[in-house]
Design a protein around this ligand. Structure first.
Ligand SMILES: C[S@@+](CC[C@H](N)C(=O)[O-])C[C@H]1O[C@@H](n2cnc3c(N)ncnc32)[C@H](O)[C@@H]1O
Length: 281
């Protein structure tokens, strides 16, 4: 099943059968109030969706969407939710505030180092990062889920790549983001990947390049068209996937290193310099 649906995320998700997807990735609208946030970045205004609602209403909608996704994704499945810390009149609005109220188990908070700040005023240290929350739907009694292969896990909880700047959509994420999530979690298995705010179709394109089926939802018919065209031409973006795949390799696994009595990186042997008391690694 490969489908692109034009409509409201929550309403369209509620029509899908339970357990029809294996995993998902998304970046919702951030409720950024459509204010101009500085000359360095584009002002985000979507084609036909308002990104300016009251914060309690926004958080309630996000909880409802995430709970629908929990139903739609199979037990044992995963959802990667890209968001950021925002401030409103000096108050910090942290995604954990609403994620903790959903049915999901929060598996990891990943920091996406975008290597560029959206605003270079000095009210705070420049915010160069966004977050990606890896949510897990437990299967059976366990909350932990399957272990990642070392070649994926070694990429660490800090993801460093630049935002997308070659895309007419006002707020796309780079292909690397959904690609890394899908490639690591599906690990060669095939299944269905869902994105309820699919925008220009980045998640669906990554899914197609990884031989997965996809379900994309967006409220804008213009962005649905954009996604259709992009997915048709996905081969043009395959080189990005090949670059990312090269990072998912290990020479020796941790176990093999231990067997070969190589340094496993746990603690390097230390030499104490008696005169200075400095420690050399
Ligand atoms: C941050 S963008 C997602 C961009 C996408 N990750 C990409 O790479 O192109 C959020 C998207 O949510 C869509 N949107 C806003 N409100 C929506 C709603 N109620 N239901 C579904 N989509 C909605 C917007 O049209 C926009 O494309």
């Amino acid at each position: 099943m490969n489908v692109l649906i034009c409509g409201d995320a929550c309403k369209e998700l509620s029509k899908l059968p339970a357990g029809c997807a294996d995993m998902g990735v998304t970046s919702p609208p951030y409720n950024k109030q459509e204010n101009k946030k500085g000359w360095l970045v584009r002002n985000v205004k979507y084609h036909n969706a308002c990104d300016k609602i009251s914060e309690p209403e926004y958080q309630e909608t996000q909880i409802a969407v995430l709970n629908e996704l929990y139903r739609v994704i199979k037990p044992g499945g995963a959802f990667f939710y890209n968001h950021k810390i925002r401030w409103e009149r000096g108050d910090m609005l942290h995604p954990i505030a609403w994620l903790a109220k959903t049915k999901w188990t929060l598996r990891q908070e990943i920091v996406w180092d975008r290597r560029i700040a959206a605003n270079i005023r000095g009210w705070r240290f420049w915010q160069v990062e966004e977050r990606v929350y890896w949510m897990h739907k437990p299967s059976g009694g366990g909350k932990i889920g399957e272990e990642l292969e070392s070649r994926h896990a070694k990429l660490s909880s800090i993801w460093r790549f630049s935002p997308e700047n070659n895309n007419p959509h006002p707020a796309p994420f780079p292909l690397t983001l959904p690609f890394r999530a899908i490639y690591s979690v599906m690990n060669g298995r095939s299944g269905v990947v869902i994105d309820p705010y699919c925008g220009s179709g980045t998640t669906c394109t990554a899914a197609k390049l990884l031989n997965q089926k996809y379900i994309g939802i967006d409220i804008s018919p213009e962005y649905i068209k954009m996604s259709e065209n992009r997915i048709k031409q996905c081969e043009k973006e395959r080189y990005l996937c090949e670059q990312e795949k090269e990072l998912h390799t290990v020479k020796d696994t941790f176990k093999e290193k231990k067997l070969l009595k190589k340094n496993v990186g746990k603690f390097s042997p230390m030499k104490r310099n008696k005169k200075t008391l400095f420690v050399e690694l």
